[in-house]
Design a binder for this molecule. Structure first.
Ligand code: FAD
Length: 423
């Protein structure tokens, strides 16, 4: 069988590994429009900050593709897909026939319409090349503005501050990380940022860019404030790279629609990662979960089904973990339910110590968590979510720092014991 994988990142790699656990014979060709060896995007901001070396970005050993018997073709952008003839054409004219195709093309940074292109100092943080460009500007920049207060915006702001730049974050919403955490946790993070001299301008947008000789010199906000800066990072979210299926009959909403086997509406074409819409366990809807962990799980499922293993995807759960100014943060699932009446909320706060913990329950099952400042029992809580365990017997202990796997056994519940054995 000829397997073609477009994308050499989290989803594509997981697919290769899954295929090779059971099939050493099929030919696998993998395409990527990047030139670098496989690297972890999640670590890019730490490389920018200088806290890790470029070598540490490497996601698999250098001989990974050779060992996996994969022909990796770098620097090739797939631009055309013919679903009838089952073939893909690249920007250099090369073409590839396939029996099964995995589209793992990920996503790209969203570019706000009012920001003109070609201004030096206006950057995005998505690829290793982007980081190298940002590092060039960091050399001479004194002030930086980050537009967007989500995961990537926060990571960028912390990294630039670490580089010694005066850093401001401009956020449209009322608080940072509004998709990820609730108001209580966000307030603590806002304070931590300020303590570390990262100013956050909420309910604000950038209305205009100021430049001289095509070089950024400042931004103007819709509140009339002018901020002199030499570096602007656009972090207003991502959009899935679905261009390849544009002229095909493969179904898409926001991302490429997939079934539980990560199969698209074409039986020989699969999709996984940031480009794919898959079932989300917590919201019980199909959505894009643009997260590394989800891309890996989906890539693995796609790989197995490409070789006919019939394994279904349990569904994605939005999970993030990051460190903001030395405050570790983990969020998982639904953290601010829209219809609060159907959920029970357990909260523990110690603002003076920058600690905030929240557990969201529905029918005695955990649907979401926020752990800020103290994340010791994250493992046991995440396991309870994944197992969909009934936690009514020990609900009152869930927020206790000392709650751990051993405690669960103490409750002696047969189902808990059984789950514990499986862990
Ligand atoms: C700075 C940063 C920090 C992040 N931090 C976290 C984090 O802490 N936790 C977390 O869970 N997630 C994080 N993410 C998100 C995470 O990196 C993504 O969810 C993940 O990379 C998605 O993997 P993917 O394989 O779907 O796609 P991508 O990683 O986007 O890779 C897509 C691949 O497809 C290739 N490609 C695209 N189009 C074409 C084409 N037409 N032809 C050929 N090749 C093509 C690209 O070259 C690339 O190899 C972060 C992302 C960034 C940018």
């Amino acid at each position: 069988m000829n397997i073609l994988i477009i994308g050499n990142s989290a989803a594509g790699t997981a697919a290769v590994e899954a295929i090779r656990t059971r099939d050493r014979q099929s030919s696998i060709v993998q395409l990527t429009d990047e030139l670098h060896p496989l690297y972890s995007r999640c670590l890019l901001s730490y490389y920018l900050a200088g806290t890790i070396s470029r070598e540490r970005l490497q996601y698999r050993e250098m001989d990974f593709h050779e060992r996996m018997r994969v022909q990796l073709h770098t620097g090739k952008r797939a631009v055309e897909l013919d679903t009838n003839r089952q073939h893909v054409v690249c920007d250099d004219g090369s073409d590839y026939l396939f029996d099964k195709l995995l589209i793992a093309t990920g996503s790209s940074a969203k570019l706000p319409g009012n920001i003109p292109a070609g201004i030096q100092g206006v950057c995005v943080l998505r690829t290793l090349d982007d980081v190298e460009t940002i590092r060039e500007h960091v050399r001479y920049a004194r002030c930086a503005v980050v537009l967007g207060g989500g995961l990537i915006g926060m990571k960028a702001a912390c990294a630039l501050r670490e580089c010694g730049l005066e850093t401001k974050v401009v956020v449209r919403s009322k608080r940072v990380l509004s998709q990820m955490i609730d108001d209580g946790a966000s307030q603590i993070i806002g304070r931590r940022l300020l303590e570390n001299r990262i100013e956050v301008l909420t309910e604000t947008d950038i209305s205009e860019i100021r430049s001289q000789d095509h070089r950024l010199v400042g931004v103007e906000t819709d509140q009339g404030q002018v901020i002199p800066c030499e570096l602007l990072i656009l972090a207003k979210g991502v959009h899935p790279n679905t261009e390849l299926i544009q002229d095909t009959d493969i179904r898409k909403r926001q991302g490429i629609e997939t079934d539980p086997y990560m199969q698209t509406s074409h039986e020989n074409i699969f999709a996984a990662g940031d480009v794919a819409e898959a079932f989300d366990i917590t919201t019980e809807e199909h959505a894009i979960n643009a997260l590394w962990t989800c891309a890996v799980q989906q890539g693995r499922i796609a790989g197995l089904n490409i070789i006919g293993e019939q394994e279904a995807y349990d569904g994605a759960v939005g999970m993030n973990s990051l460190d903001i100014c030395n405050s570790p943060l983990i969020s998982y699932g639904i953290t601010s339910p829209k219809d609060g009446s159907r959920y029970q909320m357990l909260v523990y706060e110690q603002p003076a110590n920058n600690v905030y913990k929240k557990i969201v329950l529905k029918d005695h099952r955990i649907k979401g968590i926020i752990l800020l400042g103290r994340i010791d029992n994250a493992g046991v809580l995440l396991s309870l979510i994944q197992r969909k365990a009934d936690v009514s017997a020990f609900e009152h202990e869930l927020l206790d720092d000392r709650f751990n796997f051993a405690k669960l056994v103490g409750y002696g519940d047969a189902s808990v014991l059984e789950q514990y054995r499986q862990w």
